[in-house]
Design a protein around this ligand. Structure first.
Ligand SMILES: NC(=O)c1ccc[n+]([C@@H]2O[C@H](COP(=O)([O-])OP(=O)(O)OC[C@H]3O[C@@H](n4cnc5c(N)ncnc54)[C@H](O)[C@@H]3O)[C@@H](O)[C@H]2O)c1
Length: 291
């Protein structure tokens, strides 16, 4: 995503492992750095040309996107700030780490000038994106959502993951509702979540109390006015999560990514002032901020 931005340069990528993912980066001529100096030897032994340490990289950049596992990024913040480098975090870190959580179309302005922000998770991004569309159209009173999450990242399917069961999250609200309120504090929202045994993408079901009765077309127009909500239809054969995955590959999307929320247009239903809809969330590109 950084390489696609005309106003950005990807100066380097730092990691601590030397597996096929980092090797692929080296094959694509990405400058590779070692996040920890003690990892240089092992990474070089695996044939990865190492340009230097994370500190060497920080000396050359204006901003860093920290995608490290939960908790590691938090430890790095002081280091980034000391080097005068702005930092972007992800949903695995706490809101309190940066004091600002970010969804591009919701609060771009309040991110300006900050040293660090946290781009919320895929599920929270989709929640804010859709509910804000209703809010901006004056239709949103309160929202209650059920999230069926994928079991694990596809690339980690061999490490862990659940099979032939569904695991309810032990707490209501699940973290996505309060997380959405870190971006839009006014949202009246409760989320319930469960993990299912598939590995690709998430699926949400929403029941929304609107401020008044509205037609399906008016609601769809509110969603159409928001960036990066795409409509899919059962009648076109998009009948399940796997259909959209095939469609993205057929369209030649890089890595089969879908960066829009895929909302089922012909499932959405209104009864009086109650609105019901379901959508699909690809867990990777969805959070990449739009220009
Ligand atoms: N994967 C998702 O879809 C997703 C979605 C939203 C938020 N997140 C959050 O993003 C973070 C990363 O998730 P992930 O699934 O990509 O994790 P991951 O375990 O795949 O790790 C990400 C990368 O960090 C590297 N790494 C590990 N230890 C490191 C260290 N000490 N220093 C530097 N790099 C190190 C790993 O080798 C890997 O390349 C987590 O906090 C997660 O909660 C992930």
């Amino acid at each position: 995503a950084v390489k696609l931005q005309p106003d950005m340069e990807l100066v380097g990528v730092a990691d601590v492992v030397s597996d096929y993912r980092v090797q692929a980066g080296a094959m694509l001529d990405l400058p590779i750095y070692a996040s920890l100096p003690e990892k240089i030897e092992g990474m070089e032994a695996a044939g990865i040309p190492i340009k230097g340490t994370l500190d060497d990289l920080l000396n050359q950049v204006d901003a860093v996107v920290d995608c490290t596992p939960k908790g590691i990024g938090a430890k790095n913040l002081e280091r980034y700030l000391a080097a005068g480098v702005k930092a972007l975090y992800q949903g695995g870190e706490k809101h309190s780490l940066t004091g600002h959580s970010f969804v591009a179309q919701a609060n771009y302005e309040t991110a300006l000038g900050r040293d660090a922000t946290r781009i919320v998770s895929c599920n929270t991004t989709s929640t804010v994106r859709t509910l804000l569309a209703l809010y901006n159209a004056g239709l949103l009173k309160k929202a209650r959502g059920v999230l069926i999450r994928r079991a694990t990242d596809p690339w980690e399917s061999d490490h862990s993951g659940i099979m032939n069961t569904v695991i309810p999250e032990p707490h209501i609200p699940s973290h996505q509702g309060p997380d959405a309120q870190t971006v839009v504090p006014d949202l009246d929202i409760v989320t319930i979540a469960a993990k299912a045994s598939h590995t690709q993408t998430h699926n949400h079901y929403w029941v929304v109390e609107m401020t008044r009765g509205a037609s399906c077309d008016e609601v769809l127009d509110a969603f159409r006015a928001a960036p990066r909500i795409a409509f899919v239809r059962m009648q076109d054969g998009i009948v399940a999560l796997n259909s959209t995955i095939e469609l993205m590959k057929d369209l030649g999307r890089p890595r089969g990514d879908m960066w829009e929320v895929a909302l089922w247009e012909d499932v959405l239903t209104v009864q009086g002032n109650e609105l019901f809809y379901t959508y699909q969330v690809f867990n990777e590109a969805i959070v990449t901020p739009e220009k």
